[in-house]
Design a binder for this molecule. Sequence first.
Ligand code: ADP
Length: 255
Amino acid sequence: MTDRPLVHAVNVTKSFHHNEVLKGIDLDVEAGQVVCLLGPSGSGKTTFLRCINQLETIDGGRIWVDGDLMGYAERGDKLYRLKDKEIAAQRREIGMVFQRFNLFPHMTAIDNVIEAPVQVKGESKKVARERAQALLDRVGLGDRTAAYPAQLSGGQQQRVAIARALAMQPKLMLFDEPTSALDPELVGEVLAVMRELADDGTTMIVVTHEMSFAREVADTVVFMDAGVVVEAGPPADVIGNPQHQRTKSFLSRLR
Ligand code: ADP
């Protein structure tokens, strides 16, 4: 399936009880591209990210990541739910960074980073440590590998969380408002790391309210509202010259 984008989502629907949160979302993300999801609170952005990563089960539609149909096997025109173990294997290919960093508090930075490669992938501690050191260097924390989360600022903890996600060598990185829990003076250091990942060709989907990041880093900006994609395109169009009233009023409220 080399002709397909890395992420190919078609008509994704998701309800919680009677609340239809995703009403037929389509999204394509080419390998190496950065997509920013924008939209008001409650529009379904987080839910959509969680669906890509199988933290939520979709009700309708399909999501492929690198040719794998997420959560299902397709035989003829029938879909079969994959076993938990198979879904876990698919999820391992996708890194996710949350609003809250969720580091293990009783482990040092480097132990947080090697945990999954060692426990889940069965990598040797030596190999995992070498990569973790390189990743912590890359996020600017090469000299804080022995620090515990409580000894690090929020921005530093979030950078460890990014290194931890990268340690699994994912095909795709999902970021769910990674800077919104940070004090304003710490936002820049996390965005700088994300910019570098983007420059290095990491495929990323980022839910964010950071307009300058979206404008400067995104290849595509997707504006969602009330469970639908209202408009999508290059940032110069969607942010610079929005066509829809809903996009215009959302952007004007941010300024
Ligand atoms: P956004 O990320 O755009 O703020 P969300 O995806 O978090 O939006 O939420 C979309 C809607 O889905 C909201 O109305 C929210 O209350 C609802 N929702 C999200 N998760 C759940 C859940 N686990 N159970 C019930 N409702 C949920």
